[in-house]
Design a protein around this ligand. Structure first.
Ligand SMILES: Nc1ncnc2c1ncn2[C@@H]1O[C@H](COP(=O)(O)OP(=O)(O)O)[C@@H](O)[C@H]1O
Ligand SMILES: [Mg+2]
Length: 262
């Protein structure tokens, strides 16, 4: 049975699918057998993130409804055979896929992979709850603003109430300069406020959105800082002690902030 990372958030649009796809691709490039499962029923998008949208025949809903075998719905990446995708249904709703079916699919996928990445829907609704209860390790994604931080707190409180495994935090879309200027709290301050261990800090990068527009994967976006941050996140999720980026104010900035005094 492999590791399962369940990528979730309180607020939508914080980068769960982007980071799930990047992590899945990264682990597969490292030689792990990886499955990315799009758990956002009705809001399929992981296929687009991996540029596999023209190849999807069956999806998670077909497996749940016994229209096909799980193997038939698993889509191997043509350039990266270690990476497979289980696409989300587009036309079903959350209530159409029963929790029991979801559990069965997640267990079967994790038995046949080293790493299973579950790209969860936003919020603390049924869509997320249907994905819980397995041995998945929750990874909460937030952006460094109060709305997203507050919503992350709610997800974490729900996980704790349900006695789920403890979560780790990934801060996405962090502007290093804004942290250095003190416009946003440091990632460590946010993690402390949420009482969550910090697994990763991913920089804001215009190349991520450009990659999406060009149907390139987030990991293939061409931003070295982004790729490095995913590498650190991937390592830390597996328990390695990879250092997080230092966003302390630079000596030059401190000099200017003090008004140029030596
Ligand atoms: N680090 C980043 N820098 C810039 N844009 C990002 C970053 N991460 C995600 N995005 C963009 O944010 C938008 C929402 O991302 P997505 O992964 O779909 O969020 P979610 O799955 O949480 O709803 C997308 O347009 C994506 O390209
Ligand atoms: Mg998403």
């Amino acid at each position: 049975m492999g590791r399962i990372f369940s990528v979730m958030s309180g607020k939508g649009g914080v980068g769960k699918s982007t980071l799930s796809a990047a992590l899945a691709e990264y682990y597969a490039r490292m030689g792990k057998r990886v499955v990315l499962m799009d758990g956002d029923i009705g809001q399929r998008c992981a296929d687009l993130m991996l540029n596999l949208q023209d190849r999807v025949v069956y999806d998670l809903g077909d497996v749940a409804e016994n229209n096909c075998e799980l193997d038939q719905a698993l889509l191997a990446h043509p350039r990266l055979p270690a990476l497979s995708l289980l696409a989300a249904p587009q036309l079903l709703t959350v209530s159409d896929v029963k929790r029991k079916e979801m559990d069965k699919i997640i267990t079967a996928l994790s038995e046949n992979s080293d790493i299973l990445v579950l790209d969860a829907p936003a919020g603390i609704g049924k869509g997320l709850k249907n994905l819980l209860g397995s041995t998945a390790e929750p990874v909460i994604v937030a952006t460094p603003d109060d709305v997203s931080i507050r919503d992350a707190e709610r997800v974490n409180a729900m996980l704790r109430n349900l006695e789920e495994p403890s979560a780790s935090l990934v801060l996405n879309r962090v502007h290093p300069l804004w942290v250095r200027k003190g416009l946003i709290p440091t990632p460590e301050q946010i993690a402390l406020a949420l009482d969550l261990p910090l697994a990763g800090v991913i920089p804001e990068s215009p190349k991520v959105y450009k990659a999406l527009l060009r149907h390139e994967t987030p990991l293939g976006c061409g931003d070295r800082n982004m790729v490095k941050a995913i590498e650190v996140l991937a390592a830390r999720l597996l328990g390695a002690d990879a250092p997080l980026p230092e966003y302390a104010p630079s000596a030059m900035l401190r000099f200017f902030q003090r008004g140029g005094e030596a």
